[in-house]
Design a protein. Structure first.
Length: 760
């Protein structure tokens, strides 16, 4: 069934490419006298032969990237009455589209293509293309933020240089098309006498550069850009289909990633459809040439995110022997550039460094990335580079549960839109204290380009004075984003002072993120009361000896065995893990030839456990204490004293401890989060060294009162807090020596999408 589904998608995409070519065919009839109109072709007996004859004629005038692949599709179709009739119907559809100037100027084919993503290509190439509203929102910020971009004249200028824009993974051209529209709009507004045809020609021929390894995607990107002004002559486009393959050990092509080594766009790098040799893939030209890539002023991109772990799908669309050659080649390049290890974050991280390499100082990045970029250990080098060389201006997250955490089509993974300006050397650290990042939490994403323009305009208004919305200021307020009078999200600002800054936008509600940000510094803030006290905070590493082995190490050295000699706490069934105190529930034995390894790993077993991953909508407790030392496959065992284990588990299951634990979480898909060892070492917890012996004794007594009490699932626990409220109230009494009402916090948590999985 899966194979049949993929076959149908391939057929549907082929039909889309044929219609695409037919539309351009009809447009070209106004310029090329030798070709028949679609109306004429439709009336002929043999539609297939007529299209083939006409497209061969068009190919004499170039236009290879569109008609070469379309002609090959036709030539591979059998000559039959059924095929002929199907082609006639496609001609009728194309004729209707070509007759509508409105449809011609919209990314119609990209919209359809996004619904036809090609099965395994989606998986292996991670071809999750940006939704059109998200693309327009990102482009609106990228083009309209304060800069030296001048759209009054043709060609447009940036810092007195001809403007250059790039997308190194352009797909069907949605992001480049969005940039085109924003540049076009600014020119119309700013120019004394707008020259739209001339602007179109420059943007297509010189300004907008796009690269991809899928030729059918470049086919659509080229046509989409061309059809923004369908009757304006264009001689070429800067859209290129690049090879991704290993022909031999010495002839290796990495697509856009070849530019990490060299800025030369070599003829041998380009895909060809009909002829062998070097080709430029453009709207109306194929020519043998070699040239150097320029340095760009704007880079907009939704890079592929296949990872080098979990089955190692890097370059997964290729045969295994080619994949290994490409992986080795990429590893060599990254090692030379001091970027070894970033492949664990996936190709997306590599593409970010590629973009940085070709972006001029003062230019801007506009990226669609997995939300893990804000916190993941594997993305750390990317964050370090961005914080060192850029001012991160906007980070936009979607909190539209249950499945709309994304900005790309055909995925429900959490993503962000990120806009960052590359600092000039003269800026250095002088203005660092004034660099605010605007965080945007969308409760409902824009549904169309008009809504994206409206949201983008509201966000641009915040840019001139972000200090007013500082989330670390207990007296500042967030901006309510609205569409047609309804609140669809919030925006606020913060200075990023920590390389792991995902906590600044973990929750959908700004006030919850403010509570977390201040609590990490030991300040207890409540929305209706302001700052109500201080809680001593320190890193978990201060109170533990070890954090035990990870899942991979446990599975590598042990096997489940009812007669095993090692204790384990296996799995996390939310309907069974209801209390803080737990017994071991499994036995382990070493695997063959792993006895010594197993012994060493078990030395890092512990009684205090913290979840390794969590589905927050169903989980009840995120930390437990076992009656004996254990290892686990989904919990981190923490080796510490018995008293500290009890106190820390009580703390971690309090509302304060939960909030701080979530502040180090890596977000995968909404409430599906992970906790990595590197972050756990630095987890902010109650500073036990600042407690008196009496306070410690009281906390141990608190543990003794709650170990077997049943917690509800987190959304229910906060809707009607019971056990957690008992812990919170006693903690307030012991640590703050006063009563603190957390009802507002409970209420916000009970409805936040990161807890409930549902929209606000």
């Amino acid at each position: 069934m899966a194979r049949r589904s993929d076959d149908l998608k391939i057929l549907a995409t082929s039909a889309l490419l044929l219609i695409d070519a037919m539309v351009l065919h009809e447009v070209l009839t106004r310029r090329l006298e030798k070709i028949d109109t679609l109306s004429t072709i439709r009336s002929k007996t043999n539609v297939k032969k007529s299209l083939e004859d006409n497209w061969r004629e068009i190919l004499k005038e170039n236009y290879e990237p569109v008609f070469e692949i379309a002609l090959k599709i036709l030539e591979n179709l059998p000559a039959s009455p059924q095929v002929n009739e199907a082609l006639r119907k496609l001609v009728e559809v194309a004729y209707d589209i070509a007759s509508s100037p409105v449809l011609l100027k919209h990314d119609l084919f990209g919209r359809v293509y996004h619904q036809l993503l090609l099965g395994k290509l989606t998986k292996y190439y991670a071809t999750y293309y940006t939704s059109i509203p998200a693309a327009r929102l990102l482009a609106r910020l990228l083009v309209n933020l304060p800069s030296n971009l001048n759209l009054r004249e043709i060609p447009p200028k940036f810092d007195d240089e001809d403007l250059k824009v790039v997308d190194f993974a352009c797909g069907s051209g949605t992001l480049l098309s969005a940039v085109y529209k924003e540049l076009n709009l600014r020119h119309r507004l700013e120019a004394d006498t707008p020259r739209i045809p001339e602007l179109h020609t420059y943007l297509i021929e010189e300004d907008l550069w796009g690269f991809d390894v899928l030729q059918h995607a470049i086919h659509l990107a080229s046509t989409t850009l061309f059809l923004h002004e369908p009757f304006q002559p264009v001689s070429r486009a800067r859209t290129y289909a690049l090879k991704l393959r290993a022909i031999s050990d010495k002839e290796i092509y990495l697509g856009s990633l070849d530019f990490l080594e060299n800025d030369k766009l070599l003829p041998t790098m380009l895909l060809t459809g009909v002829k062998t040799g070097a080709t430029r893939i453009s709207v109306a030209e194929k020519e043998i040439e070699s040239e150097s890539l320029p340095r760009f002023h704007l880079c907009i991109m939704n890079p592929p995110f296949t990872r080098s772990v979990g089955g190692n799908l890097l370059f997964g669309g290729l045969p295994s022997h080619e994949r290994k050659v490409l992986q080795k080649k990429l590893s060599e390049i990254l090692r030379k550039k001091g970027l070894s290890g970033i492949g664990q974050a996936g190709l997306g991280a590599v593409f970010v460094f590629l973009a940085n390499q070709y972006l001029k100082e003062g230019g801007r990045l506009g990226l669609v990335l997995p939300k893990a970029v804000l916190m993941s250990v594997s993305w750390r080098k990317v964050r370090e580079m961005l914080l060192d060389q850029y001012h991160i201006e906007y980070i936009i997250s979607s909190f539209e549960g249950p499945d709309n955490w994304n900005f790309s089509e055909n995925t429900s993974l959490s993503e962000v839109l990120l806009v960052a300006r590359k600092l000039k050397k003269c800026e250095g650290e002088d203005n660092e204290s004034s660099r605010y990042t605007i965080f945007v939490n969308l409760w409902k994403k824009p549904r169309n380009e008009i809504e994206s323009i409206a949201v983008g305009s509201q966000l641009l208004e915040m840019y001139s004075n972000p200090k007013l919305f500082d989330i670390t200021n207990s007296n500042a307020t967030a901006v309510s984003l609205r569409l047609r009078g309804k609140k669809i999200g919030e925006a606020y600002s913060a200075k990023i002072t920590d390389v792991d800054f995902g906590y600044l936008t973990f929750f959908a509600q700004a006030e919850l993120n403010r509570i977390v940000a201040l609590l990490r510094d030991g300040v207890l803030y409540l929305p209706k009361e302001g700052i109500v006290g201080n809680i001593p905070i320190a890193s978990l590493s201060k109170f533990v000896d070890y954090i035990g082995p990870d899942v991979r190490q446990v599975h590598d050295a042990f096997k489940l065995d009812d007669t095993g000699i090692y204790n384990a706490f296996w799995g996390h069934e939310s309907e069974k893990v209801l209390t803080i105190e737990q017994n071991s529930n499994a036995k382990l034995n070493p695997k063959s030839k792993k006895v010594k390894v197993a012994r060493e790993l078990y030395k890092r077993s512990g009684r205090l456990l913290i979840v390794e991953r969590a589905w927050l909508t169903t989980y009840r407790v995120l930390s437990v204490v076992t009656t004996e030392n254990v290892l686990s496959n989904v919990w981190w065992p923490i080796l510490t004293t018995d008293d500290y284990a009890k106190i820390l588990s009580v703390w971690l299951n309090s509302t304060y401890g939960l909030l701080l634990l979530l502040s180090i979480a890596e977000v995968t898909r909404g409430p599906w989060v992970k906790f990595k060892k590197d972050h756990l070492w630095n987890l902010p917890v109650l500073d036990l060294s600042k407690l008196s012996d009496e306070q410690k004794s009281e906390l141990i007594d608190l543990y003794k009162k709650v170990p077997k009490k049943t917690f509800e699932q987190l959304p229910l626990e906060f809707s009607n807090p019971k056990v957690r409220k008992t812990i919170d109230d006693k903690l307030n009494d012991i640590i703050l020596n006063k009563s603190v009402c957390l009802d507002d916090v409970y209420e916000m948590l009970s409805r936040d999408p990161m807890i409930t999985g549902q929209p606000l």
